[in-house]
Design a protein. Structure first.
Length: 176
């Protein structure tokens, strides 16, 4: 049973790289969006670990994670949250690592509440805020990789190749 419970809170993909990026989210319901961060990092061969760390329901887990993230070897945290969306800001308040926030789409306000909660941080507690939902998750993965690529020439080449492929995929004329 302990293994089953762990699989609900932690997910990682084996890669040839150390797990440099922590992907955290407030609940399992955030995974359909946050998996796009993971998929982007996988394409670029960047190691990551994904965890459920709720600011409201598991505050002690959040505290332990955020305080220990740097020592655990993470370089960047990507945090997805919806509604009150305290997770990115709370994590940023407890770690020196860069935190990228991905607002979740919400039923009540289409994610605008999440966006504003993550965006409007007090001076001194920075959170890099991305777009709501899947576009923000993909861009968070790309931004995390770009930050890591500042000191990793091989990763920089993989990002360049990804961008070239994206550019080449755009047609010159519309098709019927």
């Amino acid at each position: 049973m302990a293994k089953q419970a762990k699989s609900k809170t932690t997910r990682s993909r084996p890669t040839s790289r150390k797990k440099s990026v922590a992907i955290i989210m407030g609940s399992q319901s955030d995974w359909p969006v946050m998996r796009h961060v993971a998929e982007t990092l996988e394409i670029l061969k960047v190691g990551y670990e994904a965890k459920i760390v709720s600011a409201h329901r598991t505050p002690q887990r959040l505290y332990a994670f955020a305080r220990g993230a740097k020592k655990a070897g993470f370089k960047i945290i990507v945090a997805g949250a919806g509604g009150a969306a305290h997770l990115p800001g709370m994590a940023a308040s407890m770690t020196p690592l860069p935190v990228l926030g991905v607002p979740m789409n919400t039923v009540a306000l289409d994610g605008k509440d999440s966006l504003l909660s993550i965006l409007q941080m007090p001076a001194g507690i920075p959170v890099g805020t991305l777009a709501i939902g899947k576009p923000g998750a993909v861009n968070a993965g790309l931004l995390a990789a770009a930050i890591l690529a500042l000191s990793d020439a091989a990763l920089a080449k993989r990002i360049d190749a990804w961008r070239a492929k994206q550019t080449a995929s755009v047609g010159k004329r519309p098709k019927d």
